[in-house]
Every structure is written in C-alpha cells, then in structure tokens.
Design a protein. Structure first.
Length: 382
C-alpha cells in the first residue's frame, strides 16, 4: 500500500507517544514486555523457574501446570499520577485441568494508551481515536513425571495506533493483526539435599490453609517468548518486530519449614531482536526475521538488551509472602537499576498479591506511586 509523505508524517506523529513508552529497540506491541504479574514484579521480575498459579504464565507457559482442577485470575497495573494520559493495563484468564493431567487456558491482555483528540486545520475538534494493544491467547501445558513441566502459549495480537483521514475526508484505522508463540519448560526439585529442613511447630488451622508445600533444592526454567513475524503497518519500512526474548531462570530454596520458607531467584532475560534500532530517529532499518534473530540477536555488542533480575521471597506459614527484588536493565548503551517490593496472601482457594516499583520504571508510563495488583480464585492448591 503506497502512502503519501504527509500521511506518513502524521502516522509517525501518531505513534510517537507509544514509542516513548516502548522498549529496547522500539519493538511492538509494547504490552508483550510490560510486567503485569504482581508476584513477579515483587521479586524483581523473576519467576521463569518458580511461580504458583496462573499469574506468572506471561513469564513461562509451563506455570499453567501449577493449578489443581481450575483457576481464574485478574491482574491490573496502575500508572500513578506522574504521567497518566488515560492508560490502563490488565490481564485476565482461566485454566482447567482434566482428569488425565492436561491443562488448558484462555487469556486476554490489553494495554489502553488512552483517547486522543483529532483536530482540524483551525483547531476544531473532529473527534477522538483510541490507541491500544491487545493479546488473546490459548495455552496448553502438561507435567512429565513429578519434576518436568512444559507449556505452550499461542497469541493473537491486535495493535491499533489510531485513525487517519484520506483526501476525501474518510477515516481509516491504522492497525495490524499478528501472532506470536511462547514455549517454556521447568524442572523442579533438583538436588533437594541443598535445602535445610526445619521442624518448627505450627498452628494446625494455618496448616490447613497451606496452598502448596514449599519446593526443595533448585528449580530451573527456560522459555522463548513472543516468537512471531514482524508487524506491517502503512509502509514496509515501518515494520516493528515483536519483542522476542529468551529467559533462563533459577530458584534456590535454602530453608523450608512449616513456619517459613526462603527462596532466592535469578532470571536472565535476553531480547532476541536484531537489525532494528531507533527507527524513527536515526533512520529505518529492517529487522531480521524472528527465527534468524535466534542467532543474530546474540551478536550485538555488550549483549545489548539483556536484563538481570534478582529476587528473594519469604513465605510465612505458606500463607503470607514478603518479597524484594532488584532489576539491572541494559538498554541502548545505558543501565537502569530498579528495586521492587511485594506482599501476598495465598490460601487453598484464593490469592491476593500487590507489588510496586521503588524507582521510576522506564518501561511504562508508571511513576513511583504505581503498583500491580492481582487476584485469583479456584481450587489452586498443590
């Protein structure tokens, strides 16, 4: 489709706010890298190797296996008051486990950038247009034995930038559809002798509320996220790639007891995008296909786009969670260091998590008063 220079300029102006809210290398859709899991946020963005329930399936689809019978959830991120143009970000979903141990889930994720006013040549208001990103996905997971778990997540993507007016005064939407896939696996309970077990007394009533027994030893997880073709908008030179990334995580459980458990977590997150940088500033370059970026994405100097996540979690009576995390993000020749905290309540039938950034989080429009809230319900014990 041929686009006149004026329309192309209007298009660039229209998506500028989205790019400013975007990620390394100006990938899109942005929501595929935006944190929406409070359990992970509280632990500094870790969770590839170890998480409970559905709220962490955005990090590793193998976590769908951490349910029993069924579970539903709703996560919401607030953006605070420092920069709020009417944005909202939420994710919801549900999963069901068959009697044969197969796990199926459906998920909806939407990032609303807000309503933007269109004006005429004399400043008159012509109307408003919405900008949003949306992902609708189906997930499948299964356990192989007692320790190995795997999952796959197929996602339909809808990316709406806004509306433009042609020479005849007709409006048309600037949007594109796409698809992406996540695939991941975890191996739990490696070297259980590394965990110190303490036999401490506990109230039987609290024992009955336990959502799950704490893990022992090491948990290891690996996942490939957002593998799929680039998007195609008005012009073939403006085709942002999806934020494909490889995550490798490890969780160590040094202490386990009926009163408290301690977990130490680490995630390595590498953005596998190559050949697409600062497209609206320094000129247009075409990204490599996503399957080629599995190899070329490692050749950039200093592993540009690598993030290092560190987290710790104390689980009191397997009911109350206290979390702290640290994220070191390398991005376009600069490094950001972020700190996070989180609290959680987990029972056999519902969970409630809340987490926030202690520093300004550059990946979103969030200020330091922003937080992520998550609620889940179901027969979610293990």
């Amino acid at each position: 489709m041929r686009v006149r220079p004026l329309k192309l300029l209007v298009f660039i102006i229209a998506i500028a706010p989205i790019v400013l809210l975007g990620q390394t290398n100006n990938t899109a859709p942005d929501l595929l890298r935006q944190p929406i899991d409070p359990m992970s946020v509280g632990r500094g963005g870790t969770g590839t190797a170890n998480a409970t329930g559905l709220t962490s399936v955005t990090l590793n689809p193998a976590h769908i296996n951490r349910i029993l019978q069924w579970e539903s959830f709703y996560n919401l991120e607030t953006f605070g008051n420092e920069l709020n143009l009417g944005q909202s970000y939420f994710m919801t979903g549900a999963a069901y486990q068959t009697s044969q141990g197969h796990n199926f889930g459906l998920f909806l994720r939407r990032f609303n950038f807000g309503e933007f006013v269109r004006t005429g040549p004399r400043g008159e208001i012509l109307g408003t247009s919405s900008q949003y990103e949306m992902s609708i996905g189906a997930m499948y997971g299964r356990k192989f034995g007692e320790q190995l778990e795997a999952g796959v997540h197929l996602k339909f993507l809808r990316y709406v930038v806004g509306e433009l007016e042609d020479g005849a005064g007709n409006l048309f939407s600037i949007a594109d559809n796409g698809w992406a896939a996540d695939i991941g696996a975890t191996y739990r309970g490696l070297f259980p002798q590394l965990t110190k077990s303490l036999n401490l007394p506990v109230n039987p009533e609290l024992e009955d509320l336990r959502k799950w027994k704490g893990s022992r030893g090491l948990d290891i997880g690996i996942t490939l996220l957002n593998a799929g073709p680039k998007l195609d908008f008005l012009d073939q030179n403006l085709e942002p790639p999806l934020p494909q990334s490889l995550r490798i995580g490890i969780a160590y459980h040094p202490i386990i007891s009926p009163v408290f458990d301690v977990s130490l977590l680490f995630d390595y997150d590498k953005l596998l995008v190559s050949g697409f940088r600062h497209s609206l500033v320094d000129g247009i370059t075409n990204p490599d296909p996503f399957y080629k970026a599995w190899f070329t994405g490692w050749t950039e100097e200093n592993f540009s786009g690598s993030n290092y996540h560190f987290g710790t979690e104390i689980n009191l009576f397997s009911v109350f969670l206290v979390q702290y995390g640290y994220l070191r993000a390398s991005e376009q020749d600069r490094t950001n260091s972020l700190h996070t905290i989180g609290l959680g309540l987990e029972t056999n039938f519902f969970t409630l998590h809340i987490a926030k950034w202690l520093d300004e989080y550059r990946y979103t429009a969030s200020g330091t008063d922003a937080f992520v809230l998550g609620f889940s319900a179901g027969n979610i014990g293990l």
